[in-house]
Ligand binder design. Structure first.
Ligand SMILES: Cc1cc2nc3c(=O)[nH]c(=O)nc-3n(C[C@H](O)[C@H](O)[C@H](O)COP(=O)(O)O)c2cc1C
Length: 316
């Protein structure tokens, strides 16, 4: 088994990235059993966070020998310390840190001391270099990076996947750190392109969000199959999020571009719209997170079919 597969605890070089509200054990167990990597979310609307995470992790552990990851969304997260403490209790194989604004030295150290591998989501070569430099001063090296292009669903970095392929992979390789690529990887040729450029693994989100095993609402899945356009909202407030274009997300876009609008009022208006979109299938007031690859995703498939077709070009 290659080193990165050992870190991610899977057979094939493909992970399903964390997905707020829907990246639970329902999705995780079939993903892990199919031999792919799985990163569980710790964000689920209307639940007690610790109780929900503990229950979900226990279900995954029963099915998988702890071959799972957990994700911390770092930006605007007032509970990072508590997240790290909960993760150390849960003993996942790996953790991914996303929406990272500055190199998270002390958090990585605490996770490493607990024997947990750590990967950092990066959106540019510059930030990747900064992480290596700043963490290196304290003798810390991340176990892997995931370069996530801004064509992906959810929170976004500054660059697209093609740019990251060219610019981030050489930085990670130079420092001997494993690197995954995410964002718009919707077919075998895009996956092959990432591997040819030197990626150690690929990560997907949108495809898995609409898989047969995903607990997302059927109306969300239908909207993804029928959509070909996405929109980025909240970029003005430096919280860019990509979702399906809809009257609601267009309204968000219009609101944020009103010069009199501020982050407090905007975020108050948008609050709860992501779980409404993903879990209730609410087109009128929901934000249906999805990447630009919605244009290539036209029907529901199982995780095994999706994963195999990306890795081998053959869905069986
Ligand atoms: C519905 C949805 C929710 C997501 N939520 C998160 C999240 O909570 N944390 C995170 O790091 N990434 C999140 N992502 C990003 C994915 O983990 C993954 O990196 C990304 O979707 C890959 O790009 P793709 O959608 O083009 O496949 C989300 C993506 C989607 C589609």
């Amino acid at each position: 088994m290659s080193e990165i597969l050992e870190i991610l605890g899977c057979e094939h070089p493909l992970t399903i990235g964390a997905m707020a509200h829907i990246g639970s054990s329902d999705l995780g167990i079939p993903v892990i059993q199919a031999g792919f990597g799985f990163c569980m979310t710790m964000i689920k609307a209307n639940t007690d966070r610790d109780e929900w995470v503990t229950n979900e992790v226990n279900k995954i552990k029963k099915a998988s020998d702890s071959n799972f990851g957990l994700n911390i969304l770092m930006a605007d997260n007032p509970r990072i310390k508590e997240d790290v403490e909960l993760i150390i209790k849960m003993k996942p194989r790996f953790v991914t840190l996303s929406a990272v604004l500055r190199p998270p030295t002390s958090n990585i150290k605490a996770l490493h001391d607990a024997g947990i591998y750590v990967g950092i989501l990066v959106g540019s070569a510059r930030f990747t270099q900064l992480c290596i430099k700043v963490l290196g001063k304290d003798g810390i090296k991340p176990d892997f990076f995931i370069a996530e292009g801004n064509n992906s669903g959810g929170h976004l970095g500054p660059e697209d996947t093609d740019t990251l392929l060219k610019e981030v992979i050489p930085v990670a390789k130079k420092h001997n750190i494993a690197i995954g690529i995410a964002g718009g990887i919707s077919d075998f040729s895009k996956a092959s392109n990432a591997f040819s450029a030197g990626a150690d693994f690929i990560q997907i989100g949108s495809w898995a969000a609409v898989s047969k095993e995903s607990p997302a609402h059927p109306d969300y899945k239908e909207r993804v199959f029928k959509s070909s356009e996405t929109i980025v909202t909240a970029a003005r407030f430096r919280h860019p999020v990509r979702a399906l274009k809809s009257p609601f997300t267009e309204k968000l876009y219009e609101m944020e571009n009103n010069p009199n609008m501020n982050w407090e009022r905007f975020s108050e208006f948008a609050r709860g719209s992501v779980p409404r979109g993903l879990l209730n299938g609410d087109w009128e007031t929901g934000t249906m997170l999805c990447g630009t690859c919605c244009k290539d995703i036209k029907s529901e498939k199982s995780i095994t079919e999706i994963g195999n077709s990306l890795i081998s070009g053959n869905s069986n």
